[in-house]
Design a protein around this ligand. Structure first.
Ligand SMILES: NC(=O)c1ccc[n+]([C@@H]2O[C@H](COP(=O)([O-])OP(=O)(O)OC[C@H]3O[C@@H](n4cnc5c(N)ncnc54)[C@H](O)[C@@H]3O)[C@@H](O)[C@H]2O)c1
Length: 283
């Protein structure tokens, strides 16, 4: 494995978590977003997470936490951030046009040997790659939230992803301590296709007045031994992300996947879950 430096594009919930995870596993990380405020907030949240979940639990020392943070450099200029990297992991909004444009730019600017990975949770990897000239180097590496903690990576092979790139992406994912499953390119892959339906259905039940939000969450947690209820989970993922996923899955797979009216209303109001401090619950 010759991956040493990774560029993570997008420093939101997932980008920050992926940057932390990679730095924890000794990769140098160039973290990119559109402005400095987002980047400094991301780095502050990484520091807070390291302190809270690793230093205070004596899993790492204060010095090790500071070495991990030192491995993460912040960039608002993407061209500067991709200069010396071996892999790019994209974690921008769940928007096909945005991702296609980004991958087309990255493909034009990154050396041929650099793997370009998307952390999309639902969009077709083959379609994301379709505007590039080197589709063989594009692969889906689907992390879960929170990326430093969750044990799974869902690896997605696009129509033209080469076997060599897929294998390298698998080795890289395993080097982060994750269990890897390989999934064919299809809307929502395995995980999102299922969890989105459950969460969207729970939102519809709440909307219909079937039970309180608390009781819906308690029912699903205790009935199925899930760590979180579907409404809590929707707040964690981000309601805007679920709305994008629902629009995409319903356009590809049919009306069963159409986002609940309440989900649309909450996104329009700007109540996006934890990231906006209010969703189904207050944070
Ligand atoms: N939230 C989850 O639980 C989860 C889990 C797995 C995968 N994902 C996927 O990860 C991706 C990111 O989701 P998120 O929850 O981190 O979203 P988010 O809204 O928290 O963050 C997205 C970030 O991308 C940045 N961005 C947008 N356009 C950009 C550009 N051109 N260049 C650089 N940065 C740009 C935004 O400023 C923002 O900070 C999505 O594709 C989503 O589907 C999300």
């Amino acid at each position: 494995m010759d991956i040493k430096t990774v560029c993570v594009v997008g420093a939101g919930i997932m980008g920050a978590g992926i940057a932390q995870l990679c730095a924890y596993h000794k990769y140098k990380v160039n973290l990119v977003d559109i402005n400095n405020e987002i980047l400094t907030n991301a780095k502050a949240s990484i520091k807070k997470n390291l302190d809270r979940f690793f230093v205070s639990k004596k899993k790492i020392s204060v010095e090790e936490a500071s070495q991990i943070l030192d491995k993460i450099s912040l960039f608002t200029n993407r061209d500067d951030a991709i200069g010396d990297v071996d892999m790019v992991i994209e974690a921008v909004f769940e928007d096909m046009a945005l991702k296609q444009k980004l991958f087309s730019d990255l493909d034009a600017k990154c050396d041929r040997g650099i793997i370009l990975a998307s952390n999309t949770s639902s969009l077709s990897i083959s379609d994301i790659a379709s505007k590039t000239n080197h589709q063989e180097r594009i692969v889906g590496i689907h992390f879960f939230n929170p990326a430093p903690v969750m044990k799974l990576i869902e690896l997605i092979k696009g129509k033209n992803t080469s076997d060599g790139v897929f294998l390298k992406a698998k080795q890289f994912s395993e080097s982060l301590g994750k269990t890897v499953v390989s999934v064919n390119d299809s809307p929502g892959f395995v995980t999102t296709r299922l969890i989105y339906v459950m969460c969207n259905e729970a939102i519809k039940m709440f909307e219909d007045g079937l039970a309180s939000k608390e009781d819906i969450d308690i029912a699903i947690k205790l009935a199925f031994n899930f760590p979180m209820g579907p409404l809590e989970l929707s707040d964690l993922v981000g309601l805007d992300t679920y709305d994008h996923i629902g629009d995409y899955l319903s356009s590809e797979l049919g009306n069963t996947y159409k986002p609940a009216a309440m989900l649309k209303k909450m996104v329009k109001k700007g109540t996006l879950g934890r990231k906006s401090k209010e969703g189904f619950y207050q944070y």
